[in-house]
Ligand binder design. Sequence first.
Ligand SMILES: [Zn+2]
Length: 240
Amino acid sequence: MLSPILEKVLILQDRDARRRSLESQLRAVPEDLALVEGKIAAEKAAIETARTELRQLESQRKLLETEIGAEEDRLGRYKTQQLAVRKNDEYQALGHEIDTVQAHIGVLEGQELELMYAIDAAKERFAAAEAELRQNINGHEARIATLRERQVSLAAELQAAEAEVAVARQPLDEPVLRLYDRIASRHMPVCVPLHGGKCSGCHLKVSSEVESASRGKPNQANQPELATCDQCGRLVYWES
Ligand SMILES: [Zn+2]
């Protein structure tokens, strides 16, 4: 037979367990929110990286085109000069300059072609990064909304659970509450049945004194004793 005190302790324990569970669920929400916000930030950062890369490649290409334009102007001037010269050595010297400039233009055009390929690849990366965010953003935002709602409802449930704990504590005496709080700070559940002489909290065998006390045998003061497990300190009761 469960003593009236233990019955009240078990009610307190039930409500306390619910309060603790709500507390830990509520504590987990900000972490979950940060996780989703982190994903959005990472996807936006990937877009920014791809955008910066694309801009850099495009400005490199503009510089290269300006350089090619300048070399083509130089080539044009040499060709015009060559038409005007009379002396053979001057003609040949200009011919040599023309060859050099033409070769340089060839190298620059090769570089431009490589840049164009790189720009195409960067455009693809940019589009892929944008598409990924576009595809995921609705899911992310829905998840954030759900988590915020959960935060509000858990807070309300927790408040109610705390009030229920307070009510369950009222009929218990101060020494019992102190004992309960001391055990609860180390282990939950606080109060467990004995099964086959073993504490069902730590699964170790209790002494015969504890076992007989757990049957609710009155002590010298004729009060039903509160028996605690000699191994883990939980309150134990006899369950036939
Ligand atoms: Zn134990």
